[in-house]
Design a protein around this ligand. Structure first.
Ligand code: NAD
Ligand code: PRE
Length: 386
C-alpha cells in the first residue's frame, strides 16, 4: 500500500503523479531544484515541500521526475539519504538511465525504472493534471536485481495514477518508444519547421489537421534533445524509414509516372498503421468523455450563453475545446460530457436553437469508459483493484 510518497522534480510529470496520488489520499512530499516550482506545485494541491529529517520512517516510494541526464545522480542522492523503501524514475528513455545508475553504484534492488506514457507538449507544474495517465500504459523496466516487492510498489504507483503497468526490458522499451514517441516527435517538428517559412495567408488557413500533426512539436526542445540523444540508434533507424517513404513520395509526385502507386501505397500503409493504435481517440478529447460539436458565433457572450443552456439542461461540461479559423465569424465548441448525458445535452441545445452536430459525436472507447467508474471523473478508475 502506498501511503507516503516523495517526488523529486515537481514539473509536469512529477506534479501530475503527485496530484493523482493526493486524490487517493497519499501523503506527498515534493522537491525540485527550483523552490518556486515546489511552491506552485504545493499551491495546486500536489503535496507539501520535502523537509529533510521530518519523518523518521522512509516514504513508501520516491519518484525521480527530472530530465533524463540528471536522474541517475538524483537517484543515488535520494537512495543515499534513505528517503524511501522503493524508487522509480519516469525518464522517457530507460537503458541509458540504467547504465548510468549502475556506473554510479545505485541500489538496483529497490529501484525499478519506469516510464508513464502520458504527457503533454507543455511543461512545469501549471500544466499538470491528476488524470494525465488515465488509461495510458506505464512501462516498468526492472533490471534482474529488483526485488518483487519493488516491482509491485511501482506497479501500484502506476495503477494509482489510473495507468496500466506493463513490464518490458529496457532496450526493448527504447526501441518501442523510438517508434511510437521519439521519431513521431521529430517528424512532427519537421512538419512544424516548414511553417516558419509559411506566409501569413497560408497560416490563416491552418485547420485541425496541421494542429494535430504538430501539437507535440510545441514541446521543450531542451528536454527533447536530451531524450533523443539518450536513444540515438533506435530513433535514427525509424527516422531513416520515414525519410525513405517521404523521399519516395516526393520523387513519385515530381515524376508523375509512378505517382499513383507509390503515393497510394504510403497512404494505405499509413491508414493501416493508424488503425493499429490501441484505444486511439479524437485529438484533444479528454479520455472517457463524449465530445459534442456545437457551432458558436465568434462574438462576445456566445460561450456564456452556451454554458448557461447546458446548465439549464442540467448537464455538466467536463472540458471544452474551441476550433476556429481566424477571420471566420463562427467556430465549433467541442463539449466533453459524460457519455450518458450527451443525448440530453444535444436535444436541449437543439431546442434552444443551437446548431448541434451529434452526427460528428466522438464517443469514448469501451476501455476508456470502463476507466470511469462514476459520475465524477475524479473517481478512482475501475482497474485500480487489480
Ligand atoms: N513531457 C512529457 O510528455 C513526458 C512524458 C513522460 C515522461 N517524461 C519524462 O519526465 C521527466 C520530466 O519531464 P517533464 O515533462 O515533467 O519536465 P518539466 O520540465 O516539466 O519538469 C522537470 C522538473 O525537474 C526539475 N529538475 C531539473 N533538474 C533537477 C535536479 N537536479 N534536481 C531536482 N529537480 C530538478 C526542473 O526544475 C523541473 O521542475 C523527463 O525525464 C521526461 O523524459 C516526460
Ligand atoms: O502527449 C504528448 O504530448 C506526448 O508527447 C506524450 C509522450 C508521447 O510521445 O506519447 C511524450 C513523451 C513521453 O516520454 C511520453 C509520452
Amino acid at each position: 500500500m502506498i501511503e507516503r510518497a516523495v517526488v523529486v522534480g515537481a514539473g509536469l510529470i512529477g506534479t501530475s503523479i503527485a496530484l493523482a496520488l493526493r486524490e487517493r489520499g497519499v501523503e506527498v512530499a515534493l522537491a525540485d531544484r527550483d523552490p518556486a516550482t515546489v511552491r506552485l506545485a504545493c499551491e495546486l494541491g500536489a503535496g507539501v515541500p520535502l523537509e529533510e529529517g521530518k519523518d523518521e520512517r522512509p516514504a513508501d516510494i520516491a519518484v525521480v521526475a527530472a530530465p533524463p541526464a540528471v536522474i541517475p545522480a538524483l537517484l543515488r542522492d535520494v537512495q543515499s539519504r534513505g528517503l524511501a523503501r522503493f524508487y522509480t524514475d519516469v525518464a522517457s528513455v530507460k537503458q541509458a538511465v540504467v547504465t548510468e545508475a549502475v556506473r554510479l553504484g545505485c541500489d538496483l534492488t529497490t529501484f525499478v525504472p519506469s516510464h508513464p506514457m502520458g504527457g503533454s507538449e507543455r511543461n512545469g507544474p501549471s500544466a499538470a493534471r491528476a488524470d494525465l495517465f488515465l488509461g495510458r500504459s506505464w512501462a516498468l523496466c526492472p533490471t534482474g536485481k529488483a526485488t518483487p516487492e519493488a516491482v509491485a510498489a511501482v506497479a501500484e504507483l502506476a495503477r494509482s495514477c489510473g495507468a496500466d503497468p506493463l513490464e518490458i526490458d529496457a532496450q526493448e522499451h527504447d526501441r518501442a518508444v523510438a517508434l511510437v514517441s521519439h521519431a513521431p516527435h521529430v517528424a512532427s517538428s519537421a512538419v512544424a519547421a516548414r511553417l516558419v517559412e509559411g506566409g501569413g495567408a497560408a497560416l490563416a488557413l491552418a485547420g485541425q489537421g496541421v494542429r494535430d500533426v504538430t501539437r507535440v512539436a510545441g514541446g521543450d526542445p531542451g528536454l527533447w534533445l536530451e531524450i533523443l540523444s539518450h536513444n540515438p540508434g533506435p530513433v535514427a533507424e525509424v527516422l531513416a524509414g520515414i525519410a525513405a517513404d517521404l523521399d519516395a513520395v516526393a520523387r513519385a509526385l515530381r515524376s508523375g509516372r509512378t505517382a499513383e502507386a507509390t503515393v497510394l501505397d504510403l497512404l494505405e500503409r499509413g491508414r493501416d498503421g493508424h488503425a493499429r493504435i490501441p484505444g486511439k481517440h479524437g485529438a484533444g478529447r479528454t479520455p472517457g468523455y463524449a465530445v459534442l460539436p456545437v457551432v458558436i458565433p465568434d462574438e462576445p457572450g456566445a460561450l456564456g450563453r452556451l454554458f448557461a443552456a447546458a446548465g439549464t439542461a442540467g448537464v455538466n461540461i467536463e472540458d471544452i475545446r474551441i476550433d476556429h479559423s481566424p477571420g471566420l465569424p463562427v467556430g465549433v465548441a467541442q463539449l466533453s460530457v459524460l457519455p450518458e448525458r450527451v443525448a440530453t445535452l444535444a436535444r436541449a441545445l437543439a431546442d434552444q436553437g443551437w446548431s448541434v452536430h451529434p452526427d460528428r459525436l466522438d464517443r469514448p472507447s469501451r476501455e476508456e469508459s470502463a476507466l470511469l467508474s462514476g459520475p465524477d471523473h475524479t473517481a478512482p478508475p475501475a482497474n485500480l483493484g487489480r
